[in-house]
Design a protein around this ligand. Structure first.
Ligand SMILES: [Zn+2]
Length: 301
């Protein structure tokens, strides 16, 4: 009797331990992005809600997202297995219009990289931004003449247009069509800013000539940033109906070709780059870090 009771006790203790283990495992599975059973990169699809970009590009999510078809007039989507082909409908409309405008600038077709996940939110790898459905990466190489196969869609690598020393663009790869492509992107009113490598910004500044401030005004939207040597990162402004969309800090006046750009080629910037390379990876965002509306978006059926 005593022995049986002890066995029963052990059994229930074992059950409690097992339950605790299961809940710890469940929590750690979801810990990277949320505390529930779902994670942002495993959702079934976009929510059926009015479209809204919520929060900021690096801390937000997307309601009522739309998928960009894998191929269309003037573009091909790369790496579809990452399932980052979703955006706010205004982003999808922009990409479609940009792809239609590119051939006239001598760019045969866009290779489209990441947009957002079906409901936006933090990703399991890579990007910190692209969370609110307003960001898209466009490769700085056109669709190859022969088109691309399904295998190439996954395997083709983006090639840097920046020289190894980082001080200038690679003359073998950089063309006047690159300049026209980026200017065309910047000329869309809905585009808020475009991130490119500092050497690319420098090439754009040098290539724009001095045809008066009006002709150079598009340069203001093109912002130097780390990396971004094989793609440009285009970010749209908050759409009108997205009241929970966090407006980005304003861009300084001017074309951004002066002292601000020069800093990127300074010893201080080089030190900063080394520091960044050595820094431990940033803490993964949890659901509590995101705007409250994102909880509803993630847990929505
Ligand atoms: Zn990007």
């Amino acid at each position: 009797m005593k022995r049986a009771r002890r066995l029963r006790f052990l059994t229930s203790a074992g059950a409690i331990a097992l339950a605790a283990l299961v809940s710890v495992a469940a929590a750690s599975m979801g810990a990277a992005a949320d505390a529930g059973p779902k994670v942002w990169w495993q959702v079934s699809g976009p929510t059926v809600q009015p479209a809204a970009a919520i929060g900021a590009p690096a801390k937000g999510c997307l309601a009522g997202g739309q998928a960009l078809p894998l191929a269309g007039a003037g573009y091909e989507v790369m790496r579809p297995s990452r399932r980052r082909t979703f955006g706010h409908p205004q982003l999808i409309a922009f990409i479609t219009a940009f792809a239609a405008a590119a051939p006239a600038e001598g760019w045969p077709g866009l290779l489209v990289g990441d947009l957002a996940q079906a409901r936006g939110g933090p990703t399991s790898s890579g990007h910190r931004s692209h969370q609110s459905g307003l960001d898209v990466d466009i490769w700085l190489q056109p669709v190859p003449e022969a088109g691309i196969t399904a295998a190439e869609r996954e395997a083709l690598s983006a090639v840097s247009v920046v020289a190894a020393d980082g001080a200038r663009v690679d003359a073998r790869r950089w063309t006047a069509a690159h300049q026209r492509l980026i200017r065309t992107a910047a000329s869309f009113a809905e585009v808020d800013r475009i991130f490119v490598n500092p050497a690319i910004k420098q090439a754009l500044c040098d290539g724009a000539g001095d045809a008066g401030a009006g002709e150079r005004s598009w340069l203001r939207k093109v912002r130097p940033w780390w990396g971004h040597d094989s793609h440009m990162h285009i970010r749209l402004a908050c759409p009108d109906a997205s009241s929970a969309c966090e407006v980005q800090p304003p861009i300084p006046e001017g074309d951004g070709c002066g002292a601000d750009l020069a800093w990127w080629f300074s010893a201080e910037a080089a030190e900063e780059a080394t520091k960044k390379a050595k820094a431990p990876p940033a803490r993964a965002l949890t659901l509590d870090d995101l705007p409250p509306a994102c909880r509803t978006v993630l847990l929505n059926e």
